[in-house]
Design a protein around this ligand. Structure first.
Ligand code: AMP
Length: 483
C-alpha cells in the first residue's frame, strides 16, 4: 500500500495502514486521589517515569465535576510549566508519558485521553497494547463511529460509552472483557479514580499511599520521588476503585496465567523500581552473574553498554572476579530531536551517544555486556569503537536470550525478519557484530536468576510462546533503534 504523507492522513487512515503509532504503546502512568497538590505530584511522578516514554506527556485533573487537561509533545519538562500546573485544579489527577523511538508522533495520540459521553467526563491513561483493537475499531466504524486518534486506547473509550450499564465500574468491566492484550489503565471521573490491570499482568502497576491519599504508578520509583509508601501491586485482573468511600477491589475477569513481561526486568523498567515482587537492579545483576557462569571468558576487564547494561555488567564482573570499568561513556544530552547527519558523515551515529575511554580499553581483552541484542547494528558499531580504542579482544555478552520474535504486548520491537537472532545462528551473529566471542543468557538462566521454580513470564520475544493469541495481528513495523 502506498502511504500518503502523515500530515495528509486521517487518524483512521493511519490505524488501517498499520501505522507505527499503534505499536509504540510502552508508556508510564501515574495517578493520585484526594491530595491538594494532585497535579504537582503527578508532574513529579511523571518525571520519575520519563524513561517509559518521551514522545508526549499529559496530566488530567478533576475538580468539582470538571476535568482539566494539559498534554503536549515531548518530555515532561517541555510540556509543563508552573502556570500550566496552576491551571490543573483539583485534588485528583492522572498522568501519562508515551514512548516513541523515531518516526511519526501526533498530539492526538497524547494521553490521558478525555471524552465527554452520556454520563459525564472521563479521562483514561493506558500502558500496554491491545491485540484486537483494530478489529473492534472496524466494528465501531462500520456503525459510523468517529475516532480521533490511532490509539488502541480509544477503542476502550468507545466500548465504555456504548455500554448500557449504569455504573462506570460495570461499563469498564464490559469494555475490558472485550479487549485482548496488555493494559494497565487509569481512569479519572469527576469523583473517582479507577485502576485496572489485565488478567495476565503483562505490565507493572503499583499501589501506594501518601499520607491519606492513594497513588498508583507504573513503577515504584515514582513513589520514592514523592515519598509515598508502597502498598502492593495492583493484581492481575483487578479493578481498583478509589473514591470518597475508600478503596474497593473487584476481580471481574476470567482468571488467566500470570505472565508478567520479563523484558521489563531486562531493559525497560528503572533499576531502582520494584516490579513483579523483585527489585529490578538486583534481578539485572543476577542476570549478569548467571551469564558469567554460563559464558566465562579469559579477559582483563568487564565494561557495560550504558545505561541499561550496567547492573548486568556489575553482576558479570563480580561473579567472574574481573575488574568492572566504565569503558564507554554515554552523552545524556542527546535530545530526541537529534538529526542524524546524512551521507558523507553518517558514520558518526552511535559516537554521538557513546564514546570509548581509550585509557581504560587500550591493550585490554574486553568483555562488553549489553542487556539485549535487537538488530545487532548498535553492537556492531560499539565493538568497532572499542577496537578503535585499542582493545586486543572484544567478547560480547548479552544478559538475555536471543530476541527472535516481535512483542505484541507493548514493547516496541522490529519485525521478526529484522531481529538478527531470527535469521542468524550464534556464529552468524558473532560474525555480524565482529566480536571475538559471543554469549547470551539461556532461558533457563533467565528463569533461575529471577527466582526459579514456579515463576512464569511472558517470554514471547525469546520463545515465540504468546500468552494471549496475537496471530490476527500484523507484525509491528520497524523499530528505529539508533537509526
Ligand atoms: P541493536 O544493536 O539494534 O541490537 O540494539 C540493541 C540495543 O537496543 C541494546 O543496547 C538495548 O539496550 C536497546 N534496546 C533493546 N530493546 C529496546 C527497545 N524496545 N527500545 C529501544 N532500545 C532497545
Amino acid at each position: 500500500m502506498t502511504h500518503r504523507g502523515s500530515e495528509e492522513m486521517t487518524a483512521s487512515d493511519r490505524a488501517r495502514a498499520g501505522n507505527r503509532d499503534e505499536f509504540k504503546d510502552e508508556c508510564g502512568v501515574f495517578g493520585i486521589y484526594a491530595h491538594p497538590e494532585a497535579a504537582n505530584l503527578t508532574y513529579l511522578g511523571l518525571y520519575a517515569l520519563q524513561h517509559r516514554g518521551q514522545e508526549s506527556a499529559g496530566i488530567v485533573s478533576s475538580d468539582n465535576g470538571k476535568l482539566y487537561s494539559q498534554k503536549g509533545m515531548g518530555i515532561v519538562a517541555d510540556v509543563f510549566s508552573e502556570d500550566v500546573l496552576k491551571r490543573l485544579n483539583g485534588s485528583s489527577a492522572i498522568g501519562h508519558v508515551r514512548y516513541s523511538t523515531t518516526g511519526e508522533s501526533h498530539i492526538e495520540n497524547a494521553q490521558p485521553f478525555v471524552i465527554e459521553y452520556s454520563r459525564g467526563s472521563l479521562a483514561v491513561a493506558h500502558n500496554g497494547n491491545l491485540v484486537n483493537a483494530q478489529f473492534l475499531r472496524a466494528e465501531f466504524e462500520a456503525y459510523g463511529a468517529i475516532f480521533q486518534s490511532s490509539m488502541d486506547t480509544e477503542t476502550i473509550v468507545h466500548l465504555i460509552a456504548s455500554c448500557k450499564d449504569a455504573s462506570i465500574v460495570d461499563r469498564i468491566t464490559y469494555a475490558l472483557n472485550r479487549v485482548k492484550g496488555s493494559y494497565c489503565l487509569l481512569f479519572l471521573t469527576d469523583d473517582m479514580m479507577i485502576a485496572a490491570r489485565d488478567p495476565n499482568g503483562f505490565r507493572p502497576l503499583a499501589l501506594g499511599k501518601l499520607k491519606g491519599s492513594w497513588v498508583v504508578a507504573s513503577e515504584t520509583c515514582a513513589f520514592d520521588l514523592i515519598e509515598a509508601e508502597y502498598v502492593r501491586e495492583v493484581e492481575p485482573g483487578e479493578i481498583l476503585v478509589i473514591s470518597k468511600s475508600g478503596l474497593s477491589s473487584y476481580k471481574p475477569f476470567q482468571k488467566a496465567e500470570y505472565t508478567p513481561c520479563v523484558f521489563e526486568f531486562i531493559y525497560f523498567a528503572r533499576p531502582d523500581s520494584t516490579i513483579f515482587g523483585r527489585n529490578v537492579y538486583n534481578v539485572r545483576k543476577s542476570f549478569g552473574a548467571m551469564l558469567a557462569r554460563e559464558h566465562k571468558v579469559d579477559a582483563d576487564i568487564v565494561i557495560p553498554v550504558p545505561d541499561s547494561g550496567v547492573p548486568a555488567a556489575i553482576g558479570y564482573a563480580q561473579e567472574s572476579g574481573l575488574p568492572f570499568e566504565l569503558g564507554l561513556v554515554r552523552n545524556h544530552y542527546v535530545g530526541r530531536t537529534f538529526i542524524e547527519p546524512k551521507d558523507s558523515i553518517r558514520h558518526f551515529g552511535v559516537k554521538i551517544k557513546l564514546n570509548a575511554v581509550k585509557k581504560i580499553i587500550q591493550g585490554k581483552r574486553v568483555v562488553v555486556v549489553d542487556d539485549s541484542l535487537v538488530r545487532g547494528t548498535t553492537s556492531r558499531k560499539i565493538i568497532k569503537m572499542i577496537r578503535g580504542a585499542g582493545a586486543k579482544e572484544v567478547h560480547l555478552r548479552i544478559s538475555s536470550p536471543p530476541t527472535r520474535c516481535p512483542c505484541f504486548y507493548g514493547i516496541d520491537t522490529p519485525r521478526s525478519e529484522e531481529l538478527i537472532a531470527s535469521s542468524k545462528g550464534m556464529e552468524g551473529i558473532r560474525d555480524f557484530v565482529t566480536a571475538d566471542s559471543i554469549g547470551y543468557l539461556s532461558i533457563k538462566g533467565l528463569y533461575d536468576a529471577t527466582g526459579g521454580a514456579g515463576r512464569t513470564f511472558c517470554d514471547a520475544c525469546f520463545t515465540g510462546r504468546y500468552p494471549v493469541d496475537a496471530t490476527s495481528v500484523n507484525e509491528p513495523p520497524q523499530l528505529a533503534l539508533f537509526k
